[in-house]
Design a protein around this ligand. Sequence first.
Ligand code: UD1
Length: 378
Amino acid sequence: MANKSLAKNHADTCVLVTGGAGFIGSHTCVELLNAGYAVVIVDDLSNSSEVAVNRVRQIAGLVPDDPRLAFYKANILDREALDRIFSEHDVDAIIHFAGFKAVGESVQKPLEYYWNNVAGTLVLCEVARDHDVKNLVFSSSATVYGEPEFIPITEDCPKHDATNPYGWTKSMLEQVLSDLYVGDNEWNVVLLRYFNPIGAHESGLIGEDPKGIPNNLLPYVAQVAVGKLACVGVFGDDYDTPDGTGVRDYIHVVDLARGHVAALDWMAGKVGTGEPRGLGSVAGEPAADGTRRGVGIFNLGTGTGSSVLDVVHAFERACGKTLPYEIKPRRAGDVAINYAACDKAREELGWVAEYDLDRMCADSWRWQSMNPDGYASA
Ligand code: UD1
């Protein structure tokens, strides 16, 4: 029934990062290493590259076999592999990113999405529990709010039906992880609901590397800027928004990564009031060592909405050229406006996003121009 204690120094704390070679995962590993943690990455490289892991080492100033960063190529459905990893490392907490994330593909391949994302998380949690690791941060999404009932979106905005299997996996896993705490009060879970992560590390060494033609706006715009794609398609200009195009809360991936580091300190009881404001969170009785128990829910966004055309124009400033765009019909499943209320994360986690849209685009452009074919350029 025990749970590993987080009431110790970062240097003595080992964080297992599933999906640590991916876009958000790799940036989070950099911030964890900067904050002094030891990191173990588990990634099956199905949508990422080991080059990213080497770049994380490089940015953090680690030598190739530095014990502060271990990497395992393994799938989270592989119980034996996970069991071995938990036996070899004294893991204290998990940050769980591993999962498929392409909305359109999830509609075509629901079985693959439910197996990988849902069943994979169940296996991960079982193995973790067997090793007394019940501290977990989950990579959730603002997609759980569906068509939001109000803007800006607070954490107690009702969840709505997802419009695709990817969204359902996020929503279901929030439920699964909340139920873990109900069944066993030793669990200490944080659900982080991301808005739209973009940008890249300022070194230009790690960034988003989508396979094939990007589905999301920013990588698409970046590939138009670098000459790989001809023209940005703007999905609808007749929304009820200032310029008619969709409004989103874009957040720099480095800010987002730092939100995870803040969440770990919060779980350890090192920050926050001890009385997390409701808004969906379940505040359990803290452990004797002061670490938290329960389920914390936080939006990670900037609180600022930007339209599709704002993004195109910010990217034009970043890359110094005009980017061709063309108005297309609305995309099915898109909402007009989506941005976060970030008060809870600021008050409880002591975290705020620092970087603005121009900085996000400048960093994204640096990554894209230094690595026109992503990690395959290496
Ligand atoms: C999408 C997913 C969301 C997921 C997130 C992950 C949908 C409906 N939602 O969010 O579940 O968590 O990605 O990053 O797919 N746009 C264009 N042209 C493009 C691409 C996008 O105009 O080529 C517009 C969209 O209509 C939207 C905005 O840009 O207004 C952002 O789109 P995108 O980057 O795909 O993110 P979301 O749809 O917000």
